[in-house]
Design a protein around this ligand. Sequence first.
Ligand SMILES: Cc1cc2nc3c(=O)[nH]c(=O)nc-3n(C[C@H](O)[C@H](O)[C@H](O)COP(=O)(O)OP(=O)(O)OC[C@H]3O[C@@H](n4cnc5c(N)ncnc54)[C@H](O)[C@@H]3O)c2cc1C
Length: 427
Amino acid sequence: MNNPALLNSLWRSTAGEVLENTALNEDQVVDVVIIGGGFTGVTAALELAEKGASVTLLEADDIGYGGSGRNVGLVNAGLWMEPEKIEKILGKTAGKKINTMLAAGPEQVFSNIARFGIDCELTRTGTLHCAHSARGLANLKDRLRQYLARGLKAELLSREETAAKTGTSIYRGAIWHQDVGTIQPLAYVRGLARAAVSAGASVYQNSPVVSIERKGSRWRVRTPTNTVEANGILLATNAYHRGLLVGNATPQYTPVYFFQAATQPLSAETLERILPERQGCWNTATIMTSLRRDEAGRLIIGAVGNIEGASSGIHYQWAKHRLRQMFPYLEAVEFDHTWHGRIAFSADHLPHMVKFGPNALSIFGYSGRGIGPGSVFGKAAAEYLLGGNEEVLPIEPSTVYRESLTTAKSRYYELGATVIHGLTQLV
Ligand SMILES: Cc1cc2nc3c(=O)[nH]c(=O)nc-3n(C[C@H](O)[C@H](O)[C@H](O)COP(=O)(O)OP(=O)(O)OC[C@H]3O[C@@H](n4cnc5c(N)ncnc54)[C@H](O)[C@@H]3O)c2cc1C
């Protein structure tokens, strides 16, 4: 791993669990081969191994190198988009199916953490979706109605209640999602990979797949040194797909960068005021801000922005400015850790599955909500690859899926974030 934007990641410096870093060094024939070691691939590997299948997972870098090891760690139910919008896009029956399956995502994650003793800074005090404007508050009220109608546990907090939970008075209210929580995401995915190995999966790191082909009735994938042949194949490379030409299976998405900056551990006195119950937060702004604490008492702020790009200075200064605005009583803000990741946004903000051949699935486009969804999709993909039943999948797979203008859209998001972050510092 030699990526400057990741070397300073808080999650990399505090993830206790380290996996043995073995690259594929023999040819293999297995039931299923998985490409990509994030939530989707690792969950699928665990599920397959627990069901008695032989499975090999190949990760180009190390487990959690992609979005799974870089994210905010908010374990929420469902997608980012409101359930009614999902039902409108997919139709009532299909929409209801994905909404119901994804509502169970957090429980799947929490149960894995308990079952495998994964030490990943789990909090179960919920998450807060905070209203940054009157329009944001109206949207939250409508969302709450939809969540309650679907049996999710949530309530609307007043401005004062939100201030008491967050330590800042800038928000007009918030939805408090109560059955959810936060994790240290890299520690979680590493722990899950360890559990998959214990269950019998073969997990190889530093093993980039360079080609996939159909050979007789099997799939054959190659790394620079070896091959794996398998009856089933799962491509779970998402926004970090690289070095592999796979036609229709290629993940289609707009890459949107999201960065995070972590302070030094705050004083005990300050921690009594800022997120005292340790909920993880995000807000209703289009250029969204996230806020959470880690176990050591660091405050972590996040927002859309590429910190390796031309605007890195603007984003960095914005993060400091924003914390001072939100918490005027905070001591001088210095960041010990800054890092970013690439979110795979799809045009309709829904995840997509492409069936690119017999027993072959590619999954991508969680659009910023991938901990629960990646877990649900990974488990369902494993079941599908074993039994061939499409009904177990949260959405119907297509055979071809294309997105256009993704580079232009990505630039537009980055430009928007730069302008907003620059302007915010003028007030
Ligand atoms: C900054 C950020 C914040 C986020 N915050 C949240 C959040 O708070 N809550 C939430 O639910 N979701 C969040 N998300 C979304 C979530 O992290 C992703 O949706 C999720 O991690 C995707 O998991 P994945 O397994 O599909 O892909 P990834 O975790 O990206 O894994 C793909 C893997 O494939 C590997 N790979 C690529 N090409 C090859 C190849 N040729 N051979 C072998 N391996 C290969 C990559 O190295 C990578 O490790 C966030 C995302 C980002 C980037």
